[in-house]
Design a protein around this ligand. Structure first.
Ligand code: ATP
Length: 559
């Protein structure tokens, strides 16, 4: 048998937009693209400024046909406009919330390629960066301070009928360098509008999210849920405080991770105490309560965030040493939050944690190889419909603000009575939640739409995403081609935080691609229809998969 030819260059990123390039926004503002500091599957993350101003912001740029940024832009336009957040803060009488707001978004054409951009505030550093600098762990107090911010952010998202679905340190940014009380939740590429959620697992969606953190709902194939976000946060807290998770080594086998999580949850609080030894009772009690609240919440129900905020405040107080540690770690009910504790929590906003210099141990190096995988993004009916409802055309040279398109994104909210009816259903026992649930709800309407869209896309060659993919084995035309996860060498220089290696990954034909679409297969092995469909594109193994649980390669931390 002849030796296999080495794989050709496998994929290209979106064209690199030169620093200094000007974009005229529909709001009549001009934004100047700055240096690139991170790069995703097909997108790039740049600094940017508004013409005539010095304030640096962040601009995410992806080809207009790419999905993740589209998903984010939809979420930002629906729920993360500044005025929406300000109104919420006013209503809730809160000063600050750990969420970014949309500054601008639209399209521009660069070297004949239509690009989508979105501008959000620039933050100082990622929590993952802080965790790494701290030897892979965070103190219990810092972890709880972050949790406090994230619960506030989740509360806003949940009140807006969105689940985030991918809480993790890499998706948490600090407004101020090293100040954990300024933690902001970002990356809405997996965020899911829950209004049409049906408690019906779909194998195609199973394990969606970041494997080691994702919820048991996601493992079984349910769409992201509110309770799932809390469960994900609880797993993260264990990771931050202890530096590990019991299923870390099983990461490459999502079914085994799911099984391990089911056992872990079934064995609470003992299983938690085993992994969080020598932590204050209020800390383990707090995480235990998170699991408890999550497990007792119905799939479609909102989570009791007030209860969580109280236990987190108690845990911060206890971990700060304000209250003597208890000898046992069985506290399930949070202590009443005293005024003093509340003030201490508030004081944490000005607290200046000092990340320790990282000393890399052998065990830590090993841990790096089993870090969370890239979120596996799976299509939802909502995504499909969003794509169809968001026109991607724009006049040459003119930039269209997608907020104009927001009117087309009318949420099909369930009625209050429907929600009340769902709430009044008997609550399943926690163990039931860990099994597979069923429902007979049909998605034929969405299926018809998807089919129509694929038919349309298969004839639309102009919507190709710039990808070059080579067959891994030229001798076998039917063999799956290889897809590289290697970043383009055209990326800006500088130290990369992760290696970017990844080798070849077999491309499986997406299950939902209709025969008509398969005919439209591009010689790369990815059909134009697949490339044009963000949700289909997400299914291509390797396209979005970088090591270290993220598709983004961080070129350098923004200063
Ligand atoms: N507003 C911002 N300010 C500072 N850094 C940012 C900002 N947005 C993103 N980053 C940096 O880029 C990284 C990736 O951002 P983000 O998660 O939003 O992108 P992504 O393309 O969805 O990546 P991934 O799939 O890896 O999560 C962050 O971890 C952070 O280091």
């Amino acid at each position: 048998m002849p030796p296999k030819k080495p794989a050709k260059k496998l994929h290209e990123l979106a064209p690199e937009v030169k620093a200094g390039f000007k974009i005229d926004d529909i709001s009549k503002r001009t934004y100047i693209v700055g240096k690139q500091f991170a790069t995703g599957g097909f997108g790039r993350i740049h600094t940017c400024t508004e013409q005539g101003k010095s304030q640096e912001m962040v601009m995410k740029i992806e080809p207009s046909t790419n999905g993740p940024l589209l998903t984010e832009v939809v979420v930002f336009n629906r729920i993360l406009k500044k005025e929406m957040i300000d109104t919420y803060k006013k209503d809730k009488k809160i000063q600050w919330i750990g969420l970014p707001h949309l500054i601008a978004n639209g399209y521009f054409t660069y070297n004949s390629e239509k690009m989508r951009y979105m501008i959000i505030p620039k933050y100082a550093m990622s929590l993952e960066g802080a965790r790494e600098a701290n030897g892979g762990k965070l103190s219990a107090k810092d972890s709880m301070v972050v949790a406090n911010c994230i619960i506030g952010a989740l509360e806003y998202l949940h009140d807006s009928d969105y689940a985030h679905a991918d809480v993790k340190a890499a998706n948490i940014l600090l407004e101020k360098q090293g100040v954990y009380s300024t933690s902001v939740l970002v990356d809405f590429g997996l965020a899911h509008r829950t209004t049409n959620n049906v408690d019906k697992p779909d194998k195609k969606r199973a394990h969606n999210g970041t494997c080691i953190f994702t919820s048991t709902d996601a493992h079984r194939g349910n769409n992201p849920s509110f309770r799932g976000d809390v469960e994900i946060l609880a797993y993260n807290l264990i990771m931050w405080i202890s530096g590990t998770l019991p299923w870390l080594a099983l990461e490459s086998s999502p079914d085994k991770v799911f099984e391990a999580k089911q056992k872990f949850v079934a064995g609470l609080p003992g299983t938690l105490q085993n992994v969080l030894t020598s932590q204050p009772a209020a800390v383990t009690g707090c995480i235990s309560t998170m699991f408890d609240v999550s497990m007792k919440t119905q799939y479609k129900d909102k989570v009791d965030m007030e209860k969580l905020k109280k236990v987190v405040a108690g845990a911060i107080q206890s971990a700060s040493g304000a209250v003597p540690k208890e000898s046992k770690t069985t506290a399930k009910t949070p202590k009443k939050v005293t005024r003093k504790a509340k003030e201490e929590v508030e004081d944490d906003v000005d607290d200046e944690p000092k990340p320790k210099k990282k000393v890399e141990t052998k065990s830590e190096k090993t841990k790096k190889t089993v870090r969370p995988k890239t979120p596996k993004r799976i299509e939802t009916e909502e995504d499909e419909e969003d794509e169809m409802e968001l026109p991607t055309s724009s006049t040459n040279g003119k930039y269209k603000d997608e907020s104009d398109e927001e009117e087309e994104l009318i949420p099909r909210s369930t009625t209050r009575s429907a929600r009340a009816a769902a709430r009044s259903q008997p609550r399943p026992q926690p163990s039931i939640r860990l099994g597979v649930t069923t429902s007979t709800a049909s998605s034929s309407r969405a299926a018809r739409k998807i089919e129509q869209k694929y038919k349309r896309l298969s004839t639309n060659k102009s919507s190709l995403v710039p990808v070059s993919i080579a067959d891994s084995d030229d001798d076998d035309d039917d063999a799956p081609p290889a897809v590289s996860t290697e970043p383009s060498t055209s990326s800006a220089g500088g130290t990369k935080r992760s290696s970017g290696g990844g080798g070849e990954i077999a491309l499986k034909t997406p299950a939902l691609v209709a025969p008509a679409i398969k005919k439209a297969k591009y010689k790369s092995g990815i059909s134009s229809a697949t490339k044009a469909s963000p949700t289909e594109l997400r299914r291509v193994p390797g396209v979005r998969n970088f090591p270290k649980g993220r598709r983004t390669m961080l070129i350098k931390e923004v200063k």
